[in-house]
Every structure is written in C-alpha cells, then in structure tokens.
Write a protein that binds this ligand. Sequence first.
Ligand SMILES: [Cu+2]
Length: 332
Amino acid sequence: MRNVFLLTILFVMMFAVACGEPASNTSNTNASNANTAPAPMTLTETETPQRIRDMMAQRGEQDQAEPELEIVAPAEGSVVESSTVRVVLELDGELKGYQTGMDHNTGMGNHIHVILDNQPYEAYYNLSREFELRNVQDGEHTLRVFASRPWHESYKNEGSFQMVRFTVKGGGADPSQPTTTNSGQQMSTANAAPTTNANASPANANTTANANAAGTAEGKDMPPSQAGTIDDKLPLLTYSRPKGEYKGDEADPIMIDFWLIGGELVGDGGQYRVRYTINNDEPKFIERWQPLWLQGWTPGKHTVRLELVDKDGNVVDNGGYNSTTREITVLN
Ligand SMILES: [Cu+2]
C-alpha cells in the first residue's frame, strides 16, 4: 500500500514536470534530433540591427541601386561536354556606386549569390576573376544568380536575378565527390554517400576531407538536391539566407532572405505567402517580400525551411524548388 502511494506521488511529479515544459519543445524531442537538438527558443521579429543600418549609412546611395546581371555563360539551353562549367557574369544597371569585391580588412563586400540547382549559394566577389563549377554531374542543371549586399541581403529589382538551364553531357564527373568552384568552395554535396574506400589514395582522402570541412562550415552537409525541372509559368522561390555558421553579433538577430519570381506575396498585392519553419516548430508566414530579422537564437544546429504557399496554405510545387530546408549553426 505504501509503495502504491509513493508511485502515485512519483507519477504526479513526472506529470507536473512534463506539463511545465514549453509547448515548443515537444516537436524537438524526436529521436533523430536528440543529440543535436538546441535548447528550446522563442524567435521574435525585430528591426534591422544597428550595425546593418550603420553600414547602409556608409554606403551612400548603393542600397537604392538597381544592379542588373547577365549570365554570359553558360548560355540558356546549352550543352556542356565537360564536368567543368565556366560561369561568366556581367554587371550593369543603375549601380549608384555598387561594385562587387571583398574588402580585405573586413572580409565583407558586395557580391553575387550563385546557386547550382537547389544547393546553398556560393558567393562570387570578384567578377573579373574566373569562376568555374567543377565536377558537375551529367544531366540538366539550373544556375541562378542575384546581386547581394555585404550582409547578404539580396537586391530585389528586376534584372538583379537571372537564371539559365544547361545540360552536362559526357562530362565524366566523379559522383562520389561534390561539385566545387575553381577556388575549392563546395557547390553541392556529393551525389553518392561519402566513400569509405580503404584504397582511396592520400590525395583523394585529402580532397574529401577538405570538401567535408568546407561543407560543415558553409552548412552544405545537406542531402543532395532532389529538385527537378522548373516550370516558367509557375512562381519560383529561391532560398538565400540564412546559411552556414553564425557567431557573435551576426548570430542574433539572423536574417531570412529569399528571391521570388513569377508571383507576389499577399502584402505586395499578390496571392502567395512564404511559410517559414524553424526546427519543425510551428510555422509562421512572411507576407511582404523583404528581409526578415529574427532574434532569440540559441547556440546549436537549427533547421530553416522556406516554402511558397498559396491562399489555402498548400505548397506551390515547382520542381521541388519551392520548399527548401537548410541547416545552420549558431556558435556560442
Ligand atoms: Cu552573400
């Protein structure tokens, strides 16, 4: 009898603890997240941080610029008979002082976001230097580019965004290795699972290690893109930020930013919304096309999903591109 009484007390205590937890934590407690699940957090929208406002002030009229890009290569619809694809961009338009290039003191500067298929973007700072995609797999690919500010907020004027489709044929790419740029930046995850081949030469082992290190730093250790063919008649959402690792001032708040063609959000007179979901918590909505700053991030890994949804809240499918999930890392 006494044992039953004690068990009852224990049960009541456990129940009280369970109920005392914030509701937002319950979706994080699945087994696959157990080892990396960040502490529960409550994100709130906030205004553009002062450090960004200071940068804007120093840039003169650049934020009112309307940069226009042209993808000179690869040409739309072209067939490239090599796994190395040269990317050539031209910058024009109402620049108002906007030029790309990294300031080597700050490590920041205007740059172009370059996206192969539906992978995380790679930054292209110096347009006069060659930019190549290497080890591009055979098949159809999509290349998207748009102009960006030093803090990775995209320019949203028409002409800033450009897209081409091209095909690689007989390129002989190594499917066990990721696509990279000529400077070694990783453009995609490998198509196949990482090889643990004991016969791998030391040179190959190094390449793999470097690629993986870059992948971790840039948040690119995501499964390969499953994206298919884009329908030009449908709206297209392009995920841009957040990406990779965040620390110090940059870790709070963090900006959500994206590109949208072929449709408008409800707050801009259109019919779509962007649904964002952090760590599989309750989704929220963006109704105007502008950067969204969220504060309250806790250290650890977080997933960020951006989806384009219609009036009924259904994802507007377009080759898989309109629902994209990325993992980011917030450092202490
Ligand atoms: Cu950027």
